[in-house]
Design a protein around this ligand. Structure first.
Ligand code: ARG
Length: 396
């Protein structure tokens, strides 16, 4: 059983139900490498500032480096009874180097630690996400370039409206994903602020060097207000909001592709590698991937709502409610990344069915607006032109 970080004032054992109920290791284990990396920087700083003896700091750093190496090799024995990832890392260090390990948790609290770890995790993830969004855009460009001159019916209210170029259709989604990338880059700036050193809520009386830690961990700034630093979860809500929007864009393109791949439309052929079949109907090739992307939009919105509601009305500063931020955060980030990757491949490999598209392009209604504009060029007012073309169209 891993020792608690806070056992001192307690004489009774924690009820096993409470142990289980308050534990977050199953979720925050995803922060393991960040927790160790942040602890290495913290220990270096404590040694440099002589808050702890340099020798102890060196032993701590050495121990943590080997803990990190073991974890990366999959050799870490994870004690599932640890309350959270911070407790686990502390216990692993105590086991590895003994007494000096007890000096690591100086001038910090799990409150500033968890925010630091989560920010580090989110920063790395956002960089990856921006790259996968770029790849999806490249796939849209690639299919557009293969069909540069292809026209297709454009729709409003799902009725034939006017012909559009296929590359403008893909271009519309390109624009949405461009905004998604911009949003991620803007959010990044607000995540890139180090909370460590804010401790539980009020900083510390010990002479620490927060700028040193920020530099070691690649943060651009240090947070200014300790109370805000430990209780701010805006950055998580912003990520969840960006994920919800990206998910909405992916849901919309999925819906378009689902409609286009119906027998009725037959505009696109989704590659078999991205479809699934039916256990009873032998002929079926279903767009399940696209349907799951459409469905996941609900989960992404729910994750955003869950955090907005969790944070509403929380008094300053840290409250345990905030521990519930990580499950929705990790869930939304994983969904977005998986979907961007799969959608990118699906789009790159899909085929357009020109013959089916051309058949729909024969609808004269698609050219009605063009006809009215031709009359305008001849001096007819648009209102009259609209009426003239409308009357003739009704007779077709
Ligand atoms: N597991 C906690 C979380 O994720 C860490 C902070 C706990 N702090 C505390 N004072 N109980 O939020």
């Amino acid at each position: 059983m891993t020792k608690k970080l806070w056992g001192g004032r307690f004489t009774k054992n924690t009820d096993p139900l409470v142990e289980k109920f308050t534990r977050s290791l199953h979720t925050d284990i995803a922060l393991f490498e960040y927790d160790v990396t942040a602890s290495i920087a913290h220990a270096k700083m404590l040694g440099k500032c002589k808050v702890i003896p340099k020798k102890d700091a060196q032993k701590i750093v050495k121990g943590l480096v080997s803990i990190l190496n073991e974890f990366e090799k999959g050799k870490t024995k994870i004690d599932q009874s640890a309350e959270d990832v911070h407790t686990l890392v502390q216990a692993l260090l105590e086991k590895k180097i003994g007494a000096p390990a007890k000096k690591l948790h100086t001038a910090r609290s799990r409150n500033d630690q968890v925010s630091t770890d989560t920010r580090m995790f989110a920063k790395d993830y956002i960089i990856v996400l921006i790259e996968v969004v770029k790849d999806l855009q490249a796939s849209l460009d690639s299919v557009a370039n293969r069909h540069k001159t292809v026209s297709m019916p454009g729709y409003t209210h799902m009725q034939h409206a006017q012909p559009v170029l296929f590359k403008n259709y893909t271009g519309a989604y390109r624009e949405m994903f461009e905004r998604d990338k911009e949003r991620l880059s803007e959010i990044y700036k607000r995540i890139d602020i180090l909370p460590l050193g804010s401790c539980a809520l009020a900083g510390t009386s010990l002479a620490i060097d927060r700028k040193f830690v920020a530099k070691e961990l690649g943060f651009s700034k240090v947070s200014q207000n300790t109370l805000d630093a430990v209780s701010d979860r805006d950055f998580i809500i912003e990520i969840l909001s960006a994920a919800a929007l990206t998910g909405m864009h992916m849901s919309r393109i999925s819906e378009d592709l689902i409609i286009w791949s119906t027998s009725e439309f037959n505009f696109v052929d989704i590659d078999e590698a991205f479809c699934t079949g039916s256990s009873i109907m032998p002929q079926k090739k279903n767009p399940d991937v696209l349907e799951l992307i459409r469905g996941n939009a609900g989960r992404l919105y729910a994750n955003l709502m869950s955090m907005l509601v969790t944070m509403k009305g929380l008094p300053l500063t840290y409250n345990r409610d905030m521990q519930l931020d990580k499950a929705p955060l990790f869930d939304s980030l994983n969904i977005i990344k998986d979907q961007l990757e799969i959608l990118s491949k699906l789009i790159r490999t899909m085929k357009l069915n020109k013959a089916a598209i051309d058949r729909q392009l024969q609808d004269p209604g698609l050219y009605a607006t063009l006809m009215a504009e031709r009359l305008v060029k001849k001096g007819v007012s648009f209102k009259d032109a609209h009426r003239i073309v409308g009357k003739n169209y009704a007779r077709l």
